[in-house]
Design a protein around this ligand. Structure first.
Ligand SMILES: O=P(O)(O)OC[C@H]1O[C@H](O)[C@H](O)[C@@H](O)[C@@H]1O
Length: 307
């Protein structure tokens, strides 16, 4: 009996800091399952992906337990769509208006390969036309197995050109203490918490040990996120920049829609177009894509033995 209890304690001690229990999702979210069991849940508020579970059932995105779920307030976590202005880099409200407006569901289906495909749209309105031109936004979420491909398309549907910046502000669920981010070594970045100074990334595997808010520019190679719960390969096309953000202790405590300890559960790795805004002539379309491919580090729990 004593041996059994001892081996049970070994099993507990050997478990790495595992992923926290998933947040229960509000019932109004639109859900879609791929034929292999992978699934997503989306809110029309912001055209906002709130949950992505790979086919193994693991939740891959962070969603705050204190997210407001209110009109006019962005959902905290998941994948906010940032358009047409990144952060406070312009005259508009922070991160633009797309994440705060009601989007339309254009399609939700399982395609011939068994992948789930959801398409969401947002077009200009009287409310937005004073801020940006006439546009059509489309977000396509395609997922199966352990992969999610998110594609954002912006079309100028008006008669004059306009410029925008944009991002897929993906909150990746990860135990921050063991997280390392690879693929940014040697890249120039703008350090948003140090007067936007331009710096070069010197770390081959970036660790998060304090507030981080950086815009890495001209990133073409994949970024990798590893932790003791697995690995995520992050690719992008169209988007030229990568933002890495974690609020750490003080900033998390100052956010009303985040539990103070939640900064330990995620890193945002955002596919972004910031440094070189895109200008679209009438009729032109821009497209950006972020691809996430997850894998789980095999972990074999210590078996209980019978005496
Ligand atoms: O709190 P939010 O408006 O959602 O912004 C959250 C964060 O988004 C980006 O990552 C910016 O680089 C950060 O400066 C900002 O704090």
């Amino acid at each position: 009996m004593r041996l059994l209890r001892f081996s049970f304690y070994i099993a507990i001690a050997a478990i790495p800091m595992t992923l926290p229990a998933p947040v229960s999702l509000p019932s109004h979210l639109i859900r879609l399952h791929a034929s292999d069991g992978a699934q997503i849940a989306v809110s029309l508020h912001g055209g906002h992906l709130c949950s992505w579970r790979s086919a193994d059932g693991i939740e891959r995105l962070f969603l705050s337990r204190r997210s407001a779920w209110q009109d006019g307030v962005a959902i905290r976590g998941g994948m906010p769509v940032i358009f047409p202005q990144f952060a406070n880099q312009g005259p508009m409200t922070k991160h633009g208006f797309a994440r705060d407006l009601p989007w339309t569901l254009l399609a939700s289906e399982v395609d011939a390969t068994g992948a789930g495909v959801m398409r969401l749209g947002l077009t200009d309105s009287a409310q937005t036309s004073a801020l940006a031109g006439q546009f059509s936004l489309e977000l396509v979420l395609r997922f199966s197995g352990s992969q999610l491909i998110s594609t954002l398309q912006v079309t100028n549907t008006g008669t004059t050109g306009f410029s925008f910046t944009a991002a897929l502000h993906t909150y990746l669920q990860t135990p921050v203490a063991s997280t390392r981010i690879g693929g940014l070594h040697g890249h120039r970045y703008r350090d948003s918490i140090d007067q936007a100074r331009s710096k070069i990334e010197m770390q081959a595997a970036l660790q998060i040990t304090q507030e981080i808010d950086r815009i890495y520019t001209q990133v073409t190679a994949p970024v990798t996120l590893t932790s003791d719960t697995g690995r995520l390969d992050i690719g992008q096309t169209g988007f030229e920049d990568v933002v890495v953000w974690n609020p750490w202790i003080d900033k998390a405590a100052s956010l009303s829609d985040m539990q103070p300890s939640e900064y330990q559960e995620f890193v945002c790795i955002e596919a972004a177009l910031i440094e070189q805004p895109c200008t679209l002539a009438p009729g032109q379309t821009w497209q950006g894509q972020q691809t996430l491919l997850a894998s789980t580090t095999p972990f074999t729990p210590v078996q209980e033995t019978t005496p």
